[in-house]
Design a protein around this ligand. Sequence first.
Ligand code: NAD
Ligand code: UFG
Length: 343
Amino acid sequence: MAVLLTGGAGYIGSHTALCLANAGFEPVVLDNLSNASPEAIKRVSRLTGKQIPLIEGDCTVKSDLEAVFAQYPIDQVIHFAGLKAVGESVAQPLRYYRNNLDATLTLLEVMAAHGCRQIVFSSSATVYGTNQEMPLRETFPLGCTNPYGWTKFMSEQILRDAGTADPNLSVVLLRYFNPVGAHESGEIGEDPSGIPNNLMPYICQVAKGRLKQLNVFGDDYPTHDGTGVRDYIHVMDLAEGHLAALNYAQAHRGVEVFNLGTGVGYSVLDLLHTFERVNGLRVPYRIAPRRPGDIATCYADPAKAAELLHWQTKRSLDDMCRDAWRWQSQNPMGYRTAQETDA
Ligand code: NAD
Ligand code: UFG
């Protein structure tokens, strides 16, 4: 069963490619490598013992997608491709709308032309906006606070409308919470370019000595210790969620949306102290002002995914911290070598 993974060389896509290959699927990766290294898929091929094709191409370019569908018998698609930095999206909104929406539209057109009718889409908890009751359920009203979020919201709508127009289409929208960690081998992981925006890669780089100290953004939120609470999910649990979503798409028609989270929220300091404890390290930090746009608390109700996808998370916060550090300590420069970084 050939499955196209757009953006499959990235963080979540590479872990999902590994998971799918181990489960007997044939992942085919299309990525423009704007935020990924070909080394990730080389390593997935090595870890799984299966040669995973990586095609360098752009999802917004119809001929690039046509070439993949012409060469491989694609039955299903997981659409990871997209730009994902919230702050950058505020500064460069048109680039985000152009890339993320064009990618979704072009992909759907090419899928239709080739009779491919099953798609799983990477959405985000960010579509729930602010001021919601917790835990977040799929039925809650939506609203976004930045252009990146709106591209997810709009892509969801485009996919829903496509599903309404074609009753043979299967659309599974997955709203991820906060993916962290790495494959237990330490061979693949998250490799942000420049200074990380997100908490776990920032902690890892402080622990490695690449950054001086962590800034904890606010300690006056209405949470148990005053710092922001999030639903961190191990990237391998998330990858397994995609396997469940593909199986669901195969067995059902129509549009369905699922939260992929653990259902448990941890604070910044919970994560930091767990990281220090399981890895036997100290991570210097200071309390800094709140980051604009952040909310106090965000966690999922994952009951729908448990019931309909038969999926639930298995890995703990300890696992997330241990695996994130294994990847970082084995690959201090990510997929780049020290020589490449100096150049
Ligand atoms: P990532 O940046 O590591 O992966 C995205 C991949 O898409 C990259 O490899 C990039 O090179 C590729 N890409 C971007 N535009 C493309 C285009 N036009 N054509 C082809 N390839 C293109 O990000 P990730 O963390 O693996 O996220 C995967 C998806 O999940 C994204 O859509 C992201 O918005 C979504 N998501 C991520 C998070 C998170 O915290 N990591 C949370 C919620 C949702
Ligand atoms: N934080 C710090 N210091 C840092 C980085 C983060 O204290 O250096 C705090 C934040 O204030 C927040 C928590 O750590 O309380 C998590 O922050 P992240 O940046 O790791 O994650 P967010 O919840 O802000 O956002 C992430 C993705 C978004 C996505 C959202 C919901 O970056 O793209 O989860 O899925 F939309």
